[in-house]
Design a protein around this ligand. Structure first.
Ligand SMILES: [Fe+2]
Length: 145
C-alpha cells in the first residue's frame, strides 16, 4: 500500500509538470463540478420532497427523503473536497446550477411522482461520477499500475 501511494505521488508530480496533464486535470475538475451540481440539485429536490411528504402525513417516506438529502449533501462535500485536492475550485454558484447538473429538479405532485423522480435522478447522478472516474483512469492510473 505504501508502495502504491509512493508510485501515485510520483506519477502525480510528473503529471503535474506536463501540459497534457493540466488539460486532463481541468477536464476532471469540470466533470467533478458537474457531479457537484448534480448532488446539490439532489439535496434540494430531496428536501422539497421531505417537506411535501411531511405535509401529506407520509412520515416514513418523508424520513427516507430526509436521509437521502443528508447523504447527497455528504456526497457533495466529498466531491468539493476532491476538487480542491486537485487544485480546482468547487462551483457552488446557484446561478446556472441546474445547467451544470445532470439531474433535473422535479417537484412531483404525489408521493409516487416524487419517488419516481428520485429514482430517475439517482441513476442520472452516477453519470458524471462514472465520467470523471473514466477520465481520471485514462490520465493517471495507467502510469501508476
Ligand atoms: Fe449522491
Amino acid at each position: 500500500m505504501r508502495k502504491f501511494a509512493a508510485a501515485r505521488a510520483s506519477t502525480w508530480k510528473r503529471a503535474q509538470s506536463t501540459e497534457g496533464y493540466k488539460a486532463d486535470r481541468e477536464t476532471v475538475v469540470e466533470i467533478l463540478n458537474q457531479a457537484l451540481a448534480t448532488e446539490l440539485v439532489c439535496v434540494l429536490r430531496y428536501k422539497r420532497h421531505y417537506y411535501m411528504a411531511s405535509g401529506i402525513h407520509a412520515q416514513a417516506v418523508a424520513d427516507e427523503f430526509l436521509e437521502h438529502a443528508k447523504e447527497e449533501q455528504t456526497h457533495a462535500d466529498r466531491i468539493a473536497e476532491r476538487i480542491t485536492q486537485l487544485d480546482g475550485e468547487p462551483d457552488f454558484n446557484p446561478e446556472g446550477l441546474l445547467n451544470r447538473s445532470h439531474s433535473e429538479y422535479v417537484e412531483g405532485r404525489t408521493l409516487t411522482d416524487m419517488l419516481r423522480e428520485d429514482l430517475v435522478a439517482e441513476r442520472i447522478a452516477l453519470i458524471p461520477i462514472a465520467k470523471s472516474s473514466a477520465t481520471w483512469a485514462m490520465t493517471i492510473q495507467p502510469a501508476v499500475a
